[in-house]
Design a protein around this ligand. Structure first.
Ligand code: HEC
Length: 121
């Protein structure tokens, strides 16, 4: 067998064994769409940190807009909380991990007029 033939054979067998490796096909795990922190007291944090501008847990307009019944998408609410808005609202991504921010978004989505807000369960 010539050297080049030998190399060709060797490369072919490597290629074949890679293709046949078990697990070469990727398995996509089912995931919660936006995992949120379940042990985080959103209500108290909201009252202390956000309540100054978002009145009545965001159920009413104040210095900041009303958040209840927002027409924004979850991602837009998330991004505003994480990244803030220059000159108007601080970026809370420094203070809160993503899963805590998703818990805040969940809290905002659950707001109803005249119903005492609860932490997301
Ligand atoms: C200093 C006042 C202030 C504080 C404190 C504040 N916000 Fe805001 N927030 C604003 C203002 C002003 C806007 C409107 C910014 C804009 O033009 O999009 C806003 C916008 C938002 C929006 C987007 C609403 C929409 O419909 O576009 C969300 C969600 C939000 N704030 C959540 C929070 C949360 C949660 C906190 C506490 C972690 C917080 N904010 C703290 C002033 C504040």
């Amino acid at each position: 067998m010539s050297v080049s033939n030998f190399l060709h054979q060797a490369l072919l067998s490597v290629a074949v064994s890679v293709a046949l490796l078990p697990g070469a096909s990727t398995t996509v795990m089912a995931q919660e769409e936006h995992p949120y922190a379940k042990d985080f007291d959103v209500k108290a944090n909201f009252r202390n940190i956000c309540g100054f501008c978002h009145q009545s847990y965001g159920r009413q307009e104040g210095k900041g807009p009303q958040l209840m019944n927002s027409t924004k998408t979850d991602e837009e609410l998330f991004n505003r909380i994480k990244n803030g808005k220059s000159g108007r609202m601080a970026a809370f991504g420094v203070a809160f991990s993503d899963d805590k921010i998703w818990a805040i978004v969940k809290f905002i989505r659950s707001l109803k007029p005249d119903v005492e807000p609860e932490n997301p369960s």
